[in-house]
Design a protein around this ligand. Sequence first.
Ligand code: COA
Length: 223
Amino acid sequence: MKTPKLKKVLATGPTIYLRRPATKDCDEFIRLNRASIRFYRGITTAISTPQQFARYISRCQNDDFEGLLICLRNGNAIVGSINLSQVFRGVFQNAYLGYQVGARFAGRGYMTEALRLALRYAFDTMKLHRLEANIQPNNAASIALVKRAGFTKEGYSRRYLKIGGRWRDHERWAMLAEDWSEKDHHDEDTRYCFVTGRLCSRARGLEYFGLAGRRASYPAVHC
Ligand SMILES: CC(C)(COP(=O)(O)OP(=O)(O)OC[C@H]1O[C@@H](n2cnc3c(N)ncnc32)[C@H](O)[C@@H]1OP(=O)(O)O)[C@@H](O)C(=O)NCCC(=O)NCCS
């Protein structure tokens, strides 16, 4: 079913924001993904043709799919994407989580920040009860990411997804709305480190950091 999705920017953090994709994003998104093909190999199959992008835009209109682009507040470049797919309502209230960041933007904390915003959107706005992420056991960056976000490892699925022509085992990680409300509350202690440019629970202090010349409302310190 299709319900009009009117709002474009869905959530904003210290360095990135999440928004819905639009037809005009086609070239930039494809360029980002094509430049990341080696980085994604064996992990995920990214959209790399205008036809695939058109299908993605069409899928984003459906109630059972939410496609989110991660964009830099400074300059608006698209750095990655998050998908909430197979959104199932009724007694399940579950969605499957997929995410990727372009190779040249990896390791800068963007997905940590984006995932936090996406979790708030999924649990607070969409009112989901459970999000599931399936991750290959050797994908250390992705496992570090969900662990830090507060996901729990629930199991191991043998030969779960066929990626790059091969059935691959995956670990099943999930977060419940209950886990998230505890975690999000706890995360009020998280500070924005002005030296590393990342959100960090180890950062301490009372300074404030200006983003793009503006005074931000995030307490910022050096961790
Ligand atoms: C997984 C992915 C989305 C992470 O995005 P990112 O923006 O680079 O993530 P962040 O910088 O916010 O954080 C990554 C964490 O993983 C850690 N990490 C990164 N590479 C790592 C590696 N090779 N081994 C171990 N840890 C690693 C980082 O140190 C960081 O943890 P820390 O803050 O505790 O140090 C990105 O690597 C990616 O797109 N990978 C390819 C696609 C993919 O794996 N998608 C998910 C499929 S399940």
